[in-house]
Design a protein around this ligand. Structure first.
Ligand SMILES: [Zn+2]
Length: 77
């Protein structure tokens, strides 16, 4: 008589998730963070320099939390 809930059965761990699943989780986290910023009244402002993020940039990347300057690999000039 076997139990349906076998505690010894290996469970999938996050590290073994596919790339697509990881990307989906990352996107969900970014959206959650964006929603939190909206609630805090900080959405649309750079998390690094505090400047307003250009509307065009938010259109392309709605979940971004930094302005184009701060997102550059070299950082703000
Ligand atoms: Zn910035």
């Amino acid at each position: 008589m076997g139990s349906r809930l076998d505690p010894d059965r290996p469970r999938p761990v996050p590290d073994m998730a596919s790339d697509a699943e990881r990307r989906r989780q990352l996107t969900i986290r970014r959206i959650d963070a964006a929603l939190a910023r909206i609630e805090a009244g900080e959405y649309g402002y750079c998390a690094i320099c505090g400047e307003q993020i250009a509307a065009g940039r938010l259109d392309r990347e709605p979940t971004t939390s930094v302005c184009a300057d701060c997102a550059r690999p070299g950082g703000p000039t």
